[in-house]
Write a new protein. Structure first.
Length: 199
């Protein structure tokens, strides 16, 4: 059962990131919805890595699992708001600036904070993987390197760099950055599946 559920998490991560990459240019709501599936899938994946971690790595694995939980809560709040209140309600200008993700406001900052927590999660979980095969080695290094994203996600909203989004315009640079992230993270899901399948 542990193996099956862990593999399910890896599948959900892989499919949701792939769909996110495909939906981004065409469907905001589609991309928002799959981000919620990604959060749930990633939480399951991290639980699998926590379960198999050796005793000497349990603190790192526990930190990875807890940061994943913080990520999931933030992401579910942000994207559930986009798919419900933002989509279905007539919001005042002030409310729109705060909760509509497209305007770079508070919920956009929460979104980046969430992905910063995910980056910390991957870093700590990467520490727990014993690279017995090439797959494990690639998975370990991809997760460790992904941890670097924490700094940008955590600090950039504090700099005011996203103030230009206040008019709700689309950023081609932001789209390219997100597509790059998808290309980076899809292998994490695929390699995790192979890793759990072998275990």
């Amino acid at each position: 059962m542990n193996k099956t559920i862990s593999k399910l998490g890896a599948v959900l991560v892989t499919i949701s990131v792939l769909l996110f990459a495909l939906f981004m240019p065409f469907s905001k709501m589609g991309s928002y919805f799959v981000c919620m599936i990604l959060a749930m899938g990633y939480l399951i994946l991290t639980a699998g890595l926590y379960h198999e971690a050796d005793e000497e790595y349990k603190v790192a694995a526990g930190a990875g699992l807890l940061f994943a939980a913080v990520y999931a809560v933030l992401i579910l709040l942000v994207y559930y708001a986009q798919c419900t209140s933002v989509r279905l309600s007539e919001l005042s200008r002030q409310a729109t600036l705060i909760i509509n993700y497209s305007y770079g406001g508070l919920f956009f900052s929460y979104d980046l904070l969430g992905y910063g927590m995910m980056a910390l999660s991957t870093f700590f979980l990467g520490l727990t993987i014993k690279p017995e095969t090439k797959v494990d080695k690639w998975l370990k290094y991809l997760m460790l390197i992904h941890g670097v994203f924490f700094f940008g996600c955590f600090i950039m909203p504090m700099t005011g760099v996203f103030k230009s989004m206040e008019n709700g315009g689309k950023s081609i640079g932001g789209l390219i950055a997100l597509e790059f992230w998808c290309a980076y993270f899809i292998p994490v899901g695929v390699l995790s599946y192979i890793h759990f399948n072998r275990k």
